[in-house]
Design a protein around this ligand. Structure first.
Ligand code: BJW
Length: 236
């Protein structure tokens, strides 16, 4: 680790779509990214789901199918973070905005999926959560309550509250090192985490990204390049 922190220290790592790009998954805002192909207002808001659930289900069915059929694999950046967690005596928490499962596949254990998980669905009627590999249709009945029309992808759309925010802010309070990897800093509350830890006075902040994010000037240290190269280099 290039930076010197107490070996018992807490490391909180925020990851975004950029860390999975070299595993073959599109980012949102890079050239040719997801939001250049589809309007986020059409697929990533609760209003869109109310208006046209079929379109929203089709968008997430296609992305789920990509994980199931193409089986994208973790790249050296995911693997380096998993190794860090195995070897670091203190806590290494990954807070990911990604809904893919690449941190899990790499072997990381302490993960918060603040924007949900593509391989899970939940029921708006009874709240049940299920692992789900198939396509989801508007008339798929909920396995628990048998209601029709309540199942939705377990993801966080604009205007919804991200998951486990209390756990995230508690970990940020303890953080001695905050790393932000592969995120453009466009979406709150994640984009505000660097400011939250900077106010504590005891946390070193570093951005590892392909190019400077919206919040780049708020980090004490910045390193630019492809995640598969700069993340292992920073950690080893
Ligand atoms: C590489 C690389 C390589 C490329 N190596 N790097 C004004 C109006 C309306 C709303 C708001 C408003 N102001 C604020 C809001 C709130 C809103 C928001 O932030 N809007 C902004 C657009 C302004 N936020 C919300 O609504 C959130 N909820 C909320 O705030 O609730 C209130 C609340 C919060 C807390 C407590 C209590 C109440 C919810 C946000 C949900 C976001 N959902 C999505 C979709 C998830 C499901 C899905 O995947 O479909 O999450 S949108 C999308 O953006 C997705 C991502 O997780 C998120 C962030 O994107 P990310 O990861 O940063 O990707 P990119 O593409 O933007 O950037 C990639 C980066 O990687 C780039 O920088 C590249 O350079 C880099 N890169 N290749 C290294 N090889």
């Amino acid at each position: 680790m290039n930076v010197r922190i107490d070996k018992e220290g807490t490391i909180v790592i925020l990851t975004g779509a950029g860390i999975s790009r070299e595993s073959g998954l599109d980012t949102f805002r890079c050239e040719g990214g997801i939001w250049s192909k589809v309007n986020l207002e059409d697929v990533a808001t609760p209003e869109a789901f109310q208006r046209d659930p079929k379109m929203v289900q089709a968008f997430y069915n296609a992305r789920r199918k990509q994980l199931v059929c193409e089986k994208p694999q973790p790249n050296p950046a995911h693997l380096a973070l998993a190794k860090l967690e195995r070897n670091w005596p203190g806590r290494v928490l990954i807070v990911t905005q990604n809904i893919d499962n690449l941190h899990e596949l790499a072997g990381s254990k302490d993960i918060i999926h603040m924007h949900g998980e593509l391989m899970k669905i939940r029921c708006n009627h009874c709240g049940a959560l299920h692992l789900w590999e198939e396509d989801l249709y508007i008339d798929t009945p909920c396995p628990d309550c048998a209601e029709i029309g309540g199942l939705r992808p377990h993801v966080v759309w604009f205007g919804e509250i991200p998951l486990q925010m209390d756990d995230i802010y508690a970990a940020l309070q303890d953080a001695d090192l905050f790393m932000s990897i592969g995120t453009s800093g466009n979406v709150y509350p994640a984009a505000g985490f660097v400011q939250a830890v900077s106010g504590l006075g005891h946390c070193h902040t570093v951005e590892l990204n392909l190019d400077p994010s919206n919040g780049a000037t708020q980090f004490q240290e910045t390193i630019y390049g492809p995640a598969s190269q700069i993340v292992p280099a920073y950690i080893d």
